[in-house]
Design a protein around this ligand. Structure first.
Ligand code: VTB
Length: 337
């Protein structure tokens, strides 16, 4: 482990005498959520797809020896019966904080579109900012451009800097933007700067992860999306060595007041990766439908196959895990590579 790795490693003391539950053990949580929701691909039933993921995720957390407090979940206690903010999950054990998006891209699944994932972030107690659910302006880059971008600068400047970091021209970059009317000007500015754009219907955690990993063909994610997705993105980019810069984007006085209650008196304050997630441990995502980074769930007779990314700040590993799940005890005649 390098010196820098030691500096950023989670404190062993945070385990409070309990066995450390590994990142790979947590992977069951997103795998089960993905397996449950992928049955709904293309069925036009976003709520049922989401409900299946939430149920499966909560049930699987219940099997783990953790005392996990949900800090980013399905909503406040009175809004969500399961995985609400403040709910404690697990069978008891390692204390941790949990941020979940059981199904990132419910509409993607309803339509059978690409890029839906099941994702959760695990942090030390006090390690994940419990952001109020509202819009957030975000700029996400991978390690190549970490520390070099500035969300307050015009996007053309950002693209110029990122292009230099990648030692290429702006026209050789791909920027991901959520396809929303609120991004009309942003899209025009990016086009004027000359970068390629991938407009996505939903799923900005998936988009940020893709920009955070080299070789996906994506370089920057920019625009206004959900704040809770921003926190999960921060945890992931911290482990991947990338960066998110963010500003909350309240739309009215009520939202501005909520921000103050969450300790943000200046809504224009730029929040950095560690502000959103000061103590990340693990982030795990499993593909529900195919994306640039992860394959979606594939079913076969008596089984299914999932593809996950397991980011681990304890062990300093990033694993891509391809799992074959056998639904029956009858031995399979063949396992396919
Ligand atoms: C994004 C996207 C999500 O919400 O955060 C987006 O990543 C923002 O909200 O998958 P709007 O849809 O209101 O623009 C999602 O699309 C989930 O709803």
């Amino acid at each position: 482990m390098s010196e820098t790795a030691e500096e950023t490693a989670p404190e062993a003391a945070a385990l409070d005498g309990h066995r450390r539950v590994t990142a790979v053990e947590f992977m069951a949580v997103t795998e089960q959520a993905a397996l449950a929701s992928a049955r709904w691909v293309g069925q036009g039933e976003r709520k049922l797809a989401d409900g299946a993921a939430v149920d499966a995720m909560r049930k699987t957390f219940g099997t783990l020896p953790i005392t996990g407090t949900v800090v980013i979940g399905e909503g406040e206690k009175d809004e969500a019966p399961e995985l609400y903010v403040g709910e404690v999950v697990g069978a008891g054990g390692m204390p941790c904080e949990i941020a979940v998006d059981p199904l990132e891209g419910t509409d993607l699944v309803a339509r059978g579109d690409a890029g839906a994932i099941a994702v959760c972030a695990i942090g030390q107690p006090g390690g994940i900012f419990s952001a109020p659910d509202m819009y957030m302006q975000k700029l996400c880059v991978g390690p190549t451009a970490r520390g070099r971008v500035d969300i307050t600068a015009p996007v053309a400047e950002t693209l110029d800097v990122v292009a230099r970091c990648y030692q290429r021209r702006i026209r050789d970059l791909t920027v991901i933007v959520l396809d929303r009317p609120r991004h009309r000007e942003l899209i025009e500015e990016i086009r004027a700067a000359g970068a390629r754009i991938r407009l996505i219907p939903d799923g900005d955690i998936t988009a940020s992860l893709s920009a955070g990993v080299r070789g996906t063909g994506d370089h920057v994610y920019v625009g206004i999306g959900g704040s809770t997705e921003g926190v999960i993105t921060a945890a992931a980019l911290e482990i991947l060595g990338g960066e998110i810069q963010a500003k909350m984007w309240p739309r009215n006085d009520a939202e501005r007041e909520r921000l103050v209650r969450h300790g943000i008196s200046d809504p224009d304050r730029v929040m950095l990766t560690r502000d959103l997630c000061p103590g990340p441990m693990y982030v795990i995502a499993t593909g529900v439908t195919d994306g640039n980074l992860l394959r979606g769930v594939r079913y076969f007779r008596d089984g299914a196959r999932t593809h996950s990314i397991v980011m681990d700040l304890f062990d300093h590993t990033v694993r891509f895990v391809d799992t074959i799940h056998l639904f029956s005890r009858t031995p399979l005649r063949e396992i396919r590579l």
